[in-house]
Design a protein around this ligand. Structure first.
Ligand code: URA
Length: 238
């Protein structure tokens, strides 16, 4: 049987505040469901394909949230930031209220693709070292990259404070000072430390791909969007 829930609970679990607050919004005629005004908090609705508006803004019911964001520079991937605004300030408040988390952090000066979700199992799967979801970074270096550097990154470099050497899965030269580097792990400052190990320095870092999911050209810096089924397949199938 299709799952049903009363409107008050629907709004609460979609992140629109306490049950009391949701009840008030409903009674105040601020909510429409599937195109029609509903002012009764106890009316039950089927959750599948449910759409609603809150104060005129359109939403789709989502059991769990799965998003991608194009992270800007000078934002921190933390709920409690120290020096810069948080990437969560770029999301609508109901998503933050639902407790979404980013999957792996990017440095404050790194830009590019970051995944965000409130599904603990998905977060675990995508971030666990066991699953080795690859990530591709576009790396702008201070000094030109030569073939020996690429071979060193592919062969494995020794990072300070790590016992074993660590190798890139793939390295492609894009221009004299720019490479695409594919990594299987997500160690702290991994790209910067690997580039330092070949006596160079990262001057610009952007994550352009996670698994088979490529940062879309039309997702502008600072924007986010829901992951489509197709996007999810590109992440889960890896
Ligand atoms: N490696 C880094 O050094 N920084 C990032 O933000 C991501 C990977």
């Amino acid at each position: 049987m299709a799952k049903k829930l009363d409107l008050e609970r629907i709004l609460k679990n979609q992140g629109f505040g306490s049950r009391k607050l949701c009840r008030i919004m409903i009674i105040n005629e601020e909510i429409t469901v599937n195109g029609e005004l509903c002012d009764d908090p106890d009316t039950e609705f089927e959750l599948e394909n449910l759409t609603f508006t809150v104060k005129g803004e359109a939403w789709e019911y989502k059991e769990k949230s799965y998003l991608m964001m194009h992270k800007p520079s000078n934002y921190e991937c933390s709920h409690k930031t120290q020096h810069h605004p948080t990437i969560y300030s770029l999301l609508p408040f109901p998503l933050v209220e639902r407790g979404v988390q980013c999957i792996g952090r990017l440095d404050e000066d790194t830009t590019g693709l970051i995944l965000i979700s409130d599904d603990g199992q998905f977060i675990h799967k995508m971030s666990s070292p066991k699953h080795k979801v690859s990530k591709v970074y576009e790396v702008l270096c201070k000094h030109p990259i030569v073939e020996a550097n690429i071979n060193a990154l592919l062969g494995g470099v020794k990072l300070i404070d790590e016992d074993e050497t660590i190798a890139a899965l793939a390295v492609t030269q894009i221009s004299e000072r720019t490479i695409h580097m594919t990594l299987a792990e997500g160690k702290y400052h991994q790209v910067k430390r690997m580039v330092a190990a070949i006596s160079n320095r990262v001057e610009g870092l952007k994550r352009v791909q996670i698994g088979d999911l490529i940062l879309p050209d039309d997702l502008k810096v600072g924007q986010w969007r829901w992951l489509s089924t197709d996007d999810m397949m590109k992440l889960i199938a890896v």
